[in-house]
Design a protein around this ligand. Structure first.
Ligand SMILES: C[S@@+](CC[C@H](N)C(=O)[O-])C[C@H]1O[C@@H](n2cnc3c(N)ncnc32)[C@H](O)[C@@H]1O
Length: 271
């Protein structure tokens, strides 16, 4: 079959997603594909395309079929069991970059690195920065390493396995950043099957959802420099409760919105 015929097959999948899938299987850019509508597609690619379409229709994430996804203008390898980078997390990256001075050496720490999209984006935009980043998921750590190598920043990113601040030697950072799991446990069952593929520990923060922030708040003081700041992604309905939590620990905080005007990031520093 020709490219045009495959793309026009009736399906619940959007034309854009079909084009992304077919382009990936043909090893082409999806924008090029529209210029090759009469190209005859090899039979094995055709078969893989239909298998892919079937998976998409059952809710399997396109990003995992493609094996990579765009975040903050760069492509990151993604794998099942590790969170797919989200556009709203770009707001977190923006808010950190805005606060980084360009004229001194900086050290940051990320809790829960996942694909590495946050730390790597920060490193790509701030040459005077080195990052340490951890995760409890070894698959995520391997993926973050591959992504750091892909983008040429692995010499400035130290990855290690660990739960929150455990395994961290006594040290202080200019900032601490995280997009921790923040969904309440009771919502797990009702999440779409495709989202569940990203993994329980990537998504679920505990009974209330904000338990990870509570634990982090206990130790922030030890690991932040006096003039340091923290920046965390939060659930759209957690701005109020988390503002109260961090203020009760002596921080001044700002709750910032994402592109859909929802609370999405909390930034704080010592008052
Ligand atoms: C919401 S995902 C964020 C991943 C990535 N930073 C991003 O924004 O795409 C949360 C990550 O935190 C990790 N994680 C969960 N609990 C953790 C803990 N106690 N200590 C360190 N990492 C943790 C998960 O394995 C997951 O990779």
């Amino acid at each position: 079959m020709k490219v045009k015929e495959l793309l026009s097959k009736p399906s619940k999948t959007t034309l854009r997603d079909k084009a992304l899938l077919l382009a990936h299987l043909l090893n082409k850019d999806h924008k090029e594909l529209y210029l090759m509508e009469s190209l005859e597609v090899p039979i094995e690619v055709e078969r893989a395309f239909f298998e892919g379409l079937e998976a998409l229709e059952k809710g399997y994430p396109l990003q995992y079929l493609l094996g990579e996804w765009e975040f903050y203008g760069k492509s990151f390898y993604v794998e099942e069991g590790v969170l797919i980078p989200r556009p709203e997390t770009e707001v977190l990256v923006e808010e950190v970059l805005k606060r980084l001075p360009k004229d001194k050496r900086l050290r940051g720490f990320e809790i829960g690195v996942g694909t590495g999209c946050i730390s790597i984006s920060l490193l790509l935009h701030c040459e005077n920065l080195t990052m340490m980043a951890n995760d409890v998921n070894t698959k995520a750590l391997r993926l973050a390493k591959r992504n750091a190598q892909r983008h040429g920043v692995s010499h400035r990113l130290l990855l290690f396995g660990g739960n929150l601040f455990e395994a961290l030697k006594p040290t202080t950072f200019d900032f601490i950043v995280s997009n921790p799991p923040y969904i309440p446990k009771e919502r797990w069952e009702s999440l779409p099957e495709g989202v569940k593929r990203e993994g329980y520990n990537s998504l679920i923060g505990g009974l209330k959802g904000w338990e990870v922030y509570e634990k982090v708040a206990e130790s922030l003081d030890i690991y932040l420099k006096r003039e340091g700041f923290f920046a965390f992604e939060i659930g759209h309905d957690q701005g109020g409760v988390l503002k109260e939590l961090f203020e009760s620990k002596g921080y001044k905080v700002l709750v910032l919105k994402d592109y859909s005007n929802q609370d999405r990031v909390i930034v704080g520093w010592r008052s």
